[in-house]
Design a protein around this ligand. Structure first.
Ligand code: NAP
Length: 204
């Protein structure tokens, strides 16, 4: 059975985006600092499913490429989908993308769309994603969805790309943790340039 993995870049004080994040201000005020490590090295790191490539340290490339290679489909919240403008129809990872939402945007519903809009909650989204993941991991890509998965016992692993930045405000990753505390087993610590990669398994 596929596992679920949350992976995001995060500030040292726990934010995945700055304040005032919206479709015109993608990562919020100051939030793009979280992605500076994407251009901090000299090793090519292609983002699967897109024509984007980052320039990172060898350590980051080795770690992230191994992780990304194991990610299949994605589950994400509607805010991230809207802020990313649906990635122009090409979600990162190149697989199917399940968007958890209260309302379905009709303009994105057609036979060629990579998106499935799930209106009956995260358990349903994760179940549907696992059904088409073909044994690969399901990528949980937004904070709000990760929080709900954690509380529901549906999140297996966390990968945090920690930026040496204090945003001070914005979208907090570790918020609304209904059934906290959670025990985590540390699986990896990788020092890159401008980033420290941390990987944990959630122990339920
Ligand atoms: N740092 C990084 O690596 C990284 C990566 C990805 C994204 N981001 C950023 O991180 C931020 C994530 O925002 P977020 O965590 O607040 O929001 P989110 O998870 O992207 O979306 C939350 C929204 O999803 C819908 N939703 C969530 N749970 C639902 C449920 N159970 N049933 C129905 N609908 C549900 C609701 O929207 P509706 O009510 O409108 O349907 C809700 O407002 C964004 O700024 C994004 O750009 C950062």
């Amino acid at each position: 059975m596929s596992k679920t993995v949350f992976e995001n870049s995060i500030s040292l004080d726990g934010y995945v985006a700055g304040p005032n994040d919206n479709p015109e201000n993608g990562m919020g005020d100051g939030g793009m600092r979280l992605f500076e490590w994407y251009q901090a090295g000299d090793v090519d790191m292609p983002l699967p499913g897109t024509d984007m490539a980052f320039k990172v340290s060898q350590a980051s490339a080795d770690f992230m490429q191994a992780e990304w290679a194991n990610l299949g489909v994605m589950v994400v919240g509607r805010r991230t989908f809207d802020i990313a403008h649906g990635w122009g129809g090409y979600p990162p990872g190149g697989g199917r993308c399940f968007v958890v939402t209260h309302t379905v945007p009709p303009e994105w519903v057609n036979d060629d769309s990579p998106f499935t809009f799930v209106t009956d909650g995260i358990e349903s989204a994760v179940r549907q994603a696992k059904q088409v993941a073909d044994g690969k991991a399901v990528s949980i890509t937004s904070a709000n969805i990760a929080q709900q998965c954690l509380s529901a016992g549906l999140l297996d692993e966390l990968i945090l790309n920690v930026s040496p930045t204090l945003l001070g405000a914005g979208v907090r990753l570790f918020d609304h943790l209904g059934s906290a505390p959670f025990e985590l087993e540390q699986l990896a610590v990788v020092e890159g340039i401008g980033v420290t990669h941390l990987k944990y398994r959630v122990i339920y």
